[in-house]
Ligand binder design. Structure first.
Ligand code: PDD
Length: 284
């Protein structure tokens, strides 16, 4: 078994040696935020964007950021150096720290920082070739989906519904609009044009989403960031989901209905091919 390298409150150690108090507010309240970034051939993908989003999440929930930008960079670099795999998914979690259970912020608790570097799971070839199945689900999350919080209960329940319907992801629908997946962003293709929800408080501003939009510009494929009516999902030519772990993945079924002609579409094929070419050259 591969040893997973981890970091807990200033110290590097194997994952199984990490121990934390049950009074950590992450455990007791889900009071924390996280970040997840892929590493390709030992190079973190869009590190600056991931660290900016991490710092923003920390600020939005009013935790005192325990580290400077260069300390966060050093943490990521050290985990990469210590890991035997070249392709990693680095998970970073920051909570409000350890304190007697009380809803109000503790006065003097120091933030807890945990990170681990798991081998990056490759998207199965079959999913790439055939596309995946999705379901839609009522978005029962809170109103600040732009913050990458660790309290993910509504996302977990929606993904579990997807799994039980033999699908891989649930598309969150609020007020008749399809926003994003429970753990991914959403793209819909109609008549050669690509649509995705604008960056607002109802979706996570995905780093992969931004990267895909850059690729679309490079490919001269038109795109619009706008609200996506739920009904569009059933008449779309193509549907894709994007995330740091799924990259850009085509969906060929939604709520048991066939998407487009039932195979990953040609706009996806072009975008995915360029994605594979560019991901190693992305800034870090
Ligand atoms: N999830 N939307 C949600 C709700 C997400 O949880 C994620 C990522 C994304 C895509 O963001 P990015 O492209 O920056 O990975 C969108 C990660 C992978 C997770 O929770 O494991």
């Amino acid at each position: 078994m591969v040893q997973v390298q981890a970091f807990l409150n200033g110290e590097y150690m194997p994952l199984e040696e990490c121990h934390i108090s049950p009074l950590d507010r992450g455990f007791i309240f889900g009071d924390g935020i996280y970040e997840l970034l892929p590493v390709y051939k030992n190079k973190p993908f869009y590190l600056q964007q991931h660290l900016s989003r991490l710092e923003r999440s920390i600020g939005e929930i009013r935790i005192n950021n325990p580290y400077t930008k260069s300390e966060w960079e050093a943490l990521v670099e050290t985990l990469i150096q210590q890991s035997s795999d070249d392709n990693l998914a680095i998970y970073i979690q920051v909570t409000r720290g350890i304190a007697p259970r009380d809803h109000a912020f503790p006065k003097d608790a120091a933030a807890s920082v945990f990170a681990m570097a798991n081998p990056l799971a490759i998207v199965p070839q079959e999913q790439l070739q055939k596309g995946v199945a999705l379901i839609t689900a009522k978005d029962e999350r809170w109103q600040r989906c732009d913050i990458k919080v660790i309290s993910l209960l509504a996302n977990i329940l929606a993904i579990q519904d997807a799994v039980q319907a033999s699908a891989v992801e649930a598309i969150m629908v609020r007020n008749g609009f399809a926003l994003e997946g429970a753990a991914s962003n959403l793209f819909v293709v109609r008549d050669g044009e690509v649509f995705t929800h604008p960056k607002d408080n109802l979706i996570l501003p995905g780093i992969t989403r931004d990267f895909v939009l850059e690729l679309l510009s490079e490919l001269n494929i038109p795109y619009t960031e706008q609200l996506i009516p739920k009904e569009w999902l059933y008449s779309a030519d193509e549907i894709w989901i994007t995330s740091s772990t799924k990259e850009v993945l085509a969906a060929t079924k939604i709520d048991q209905q066939v998407v487009g002609n039932g195979a990953p579409g040609e706009v996806w094929e072009k975008t995915h091919a360029l994605y594979q070419q560019r991901k190693m050259q992305a800034p870090f």
